[in-house]
Design a protein around this ligand. Sequence first.
Ligand code: DGJ
Length: 690
Amino acid sequence: MTAVHHDSAARLWMLSTPNSCYVLRLDDQGRLRHLHWGAPLTPDQAAALPCVLDVATNFDGELAEEYPGEGGARFGVPALRVRYADGSRTTVWDHTGHTAEDGRLTLAFRERHGPLALELRYRVHPDSDAVERRALVRHDGTDGEPVLLQQVAAARWTLPLRADYRLSHVTGAWSAENQLTRGPLARAETVLTSRRGITGHQVNPWVAVDAGDAGEEHGEVWSSALAWSGSWRITVERTVHGLVAATHTAGHEGPAVTLAPGGTWETPVSVGVYAADGFGGASRAWHSYARSYVLPRPAELRPVLYNSWEATGFDVGEQGQRELARRAAALGVELFVMDDGWFGARKDDSAGLGDWTPAPDRFPDGLAPLAAEVRRLGMRFGLWVEPEMVNPDSDLYRAHPDWVLHEQGRPRTELRNQLVLNFARPEVAAWAHDWLDRLVREHGVDHLKWDMNRVFTEAGHPGDPDADRLWHDHVRAVYALMDRLRSDHPGLRIEACSGGGGRTDLGILARTDQVWASDNTDALDRIAVQHGYGQVYPPGTMGAWVTDSPNPLTGRALPLEFRFHLAMTGALGIGGDLTAWSEDELARAAELVARYKRIRPVVQHGRLYRLADAVQYVHGPEVVLVAWRLARPHGAPVVPLRMAGLDPLARYRDLDTGELHHGAVLAARGLTTGLTRDHSSRLLHLRQES
Ligand code: DGJ
């Protein structure tokens, strides 16, 4: 069956993925109606679909429209809100045509009363269950009044009617990102949003809805994510009539962007995934989609990195970094990243941001000697940068106080003693490109840890009559800068960071290689952070460091092996003060780094199964299991761990002990982990026998 099917008689379009399908139709009044998002259908079956919802009484009405505007008997969340110069808001969209090829579908509309054209764009891929969507609005008048765009959603995702619904998403805070919450979906408009100018720690731009009956490995789940790294809003609407839809919009609350004649406005991509095999199946579909269609270098394996932040804080200097590099290399580390504090007058967070030249007192001969030493030790060289920020106490700010987001005559709120540079100003983006390009070129920088430690406040651009565009233009300028650096320096890799995991989304993942998931490196706290991260984003992109014990943030002491095993479930890094580790710890750490390198393809590229107090990865014939034990009362039964995703007819050899296990036994009876002590852990590496 072709990926995009058009039935001209029924005025119907159907998008097919390997395990799902998505159906739309124009009704007799020319309105675009959503018919189906779920299990695969044939074209004949699709043509027989009734509408999802049709309620029309003298008092109320409700239709499942694919992309509703305002006006008429519409009272739900609009996908599109516009205001014409005469104050009217009502839009009536006449279908003008469509194009369909290569898994892409574009539906075109013209507004009956004003100079607007609308395109709804869809894309599916042959090996993914993701449906990509975005919208484009064009002012197609040649002269005349501009139109105010108040909301242009990337997509509205409509669900089938079910008796009940449950909403899953993540909430969080700095150092406590990605806490999964799952509960009843209110008969209301549930708004998940960031008004902070960045993706945010507080909630991440994805939702999953199920009928209350899905589990980790069974049941239908409808999930959707917005690929955007600025402010955003997802409104999950559940009406009294039972309609459930999630509307995804990029931008700040009430954006007011003016569209002049000839102007266009295009949204970022919103992606939907239907899975019939539970939350685990949905996550695997997301991971596979991200690897195939989002990440810039999906086939690569992330290197084991060392990062200096927890060891030295701002107190970086050439000798100290050389010593850390020497010890890191001895552990088998492949990439050495010097964090904050190497530039300008940066001795703490009060000064120097924006002055991107090596601090002369700490690096008297620049960074070249350290970079050379790191390479001599056999590692790649990485640097921390925070290009979008400035400390008021910096030469940059003294020279260009107008370069920051600000409003005339209003206070400039400082957070972490810093202000946000306005990348929507071309001269600011050009300045950032200039120094980053030079830095990468001069030192052959292999890896940039691109941080962004504060959110937008007073997000104005005095003198720009259309200042609300900056909420979008800043993000687009950051994307363009990353894209340009990557294209000019093909060896460069970028790590996304925003005070830990504050900029984790599919938009940033399209131009970065990994994400620093959280500043919280306590392995116990990390279990929840990583659990939430992996709901949508692939484990291979999830930076996870082993740091010191007791943990500097939580004060909790945990065994070295436990800390390693939990970090080995993502992209392993080491972030401890290696000068304080004992010889025994260093020797054991080197063994565990070597072990990680053996299991790395399975963890980073495999299929993830979440078990009780364990995660499992399957990649070709190889299986990796990481199991841990939390604190339990004495006498609590130790239950065997039932593994998933195995061939019941196959046998699996333990590559450490040589022991053979039957797939059917590991799934039905489970594995005896032998974890009898609190905070003990076990890593199992199996290979299916041919
Ligand atoms: C926040 C990051 O999450 C940390 O890892 C570190 O890079 C600091 N910023 C440096 O200021």
